[in-house]
Ligand binder design. Sequence first.
Ligand code: C2E
Ligand code: CA
Ligand code: CA
Ligand code: CA
Length: 281
Amino acid sequence: ETIRALLKRWRNMAPKTAGEARKRYSAAQVRHAVASGELVNYYQPKVEVVSGALKGVETLVRWRHPDDGLVFPDQFIGVAEEHGIIDDLTRIVLTEALAQARRWREAGLVLRIAVNVSMDNLARLDFTNFVLGQIVRAGGAPDELILEVTESRLMTDALASLDTLTRLRLKKISLSIDDLGTGNSSLAQLRDIPFDEIKIDRSFVHGACRDNTRNAIFTASLAMARQLGIVTVAEGVEDQADWDFLRQQGCDLAQGYFIARAMPAEDLPAWLADWETRRPL
Ligand code: C2E
Ligand code: CA
Ligand code: CA
Ligand code: CA
């Protein structure tokens, strides 16, 4: 399988990044943040490459810390996952995202909302019913929601999650494989999982037009997705060259700083008005 060989080569080449010095929060602090409503949802636009049209947003959680300011998920999602807090966290994020989708819908903006979920969510037997219940409460339709699961995590616990993933799919909720290329899955393994979208990790997107290995991995991922008939999203689109490359390759959707950073819900209309004037075609 060529994509596996490419990825192997990629990993051997990639410089080993020294772990960034980060403040690590305790489980008690994260639990407190979740319980006291200090988490806020930010939203990053997902746009169609052929038209530049806004199609949806990805929900990215932030922690408004009373002393430390805005804390990014890399500093607390891991703790939440390790200490059994992630199930509550995801449910709060998802509930608010659906409420926000309703507000946008009522203002005339129909968007597909993506929410990141962890393996612990998918292992809970009541997760599907919880999600469906929240969709009904928010007056939405199941096909407006996409759940993103990272490839690496999916593969370490594929069997435990398959049941929930299948149920969600039967209820018309979409599934997206996040960070494609960062795990070790083979095409055959991915084929067993019912998903609708792949997101090609930004390490294979930004600068792909100037780098043979990235370019090859990107192209192979796109070809695989086409074969399976699923939607492709490129993340980490940071400049015009990245954008032009996606257009040329025929990738479906794009996300990245070139288009917009994640932002509070109330900033979306102003961003959209600006984007409409400058979107590249
Ligand atoms: P992800 O799902 O792969 O999300 C994409 C990350 O890349 C986000 O970081 C986003 O702000 C950042 N990003 C977007 N465009 C660009 C770009 O052009 N260049 C660069 N360099 N970065 C870009 P963020 O918000 O810090 O989130 C980090 C990770 O935390 C996410 O990665 C996701 O795995 C996790 N995460 C965020 N929110 C949640 C959540 O509610 N639940 C769970 N389970 N995980 C979450
Ligand atoms: Ca994601
Ligand atoms: Ca991702
Ligand atoms: Ca990523």
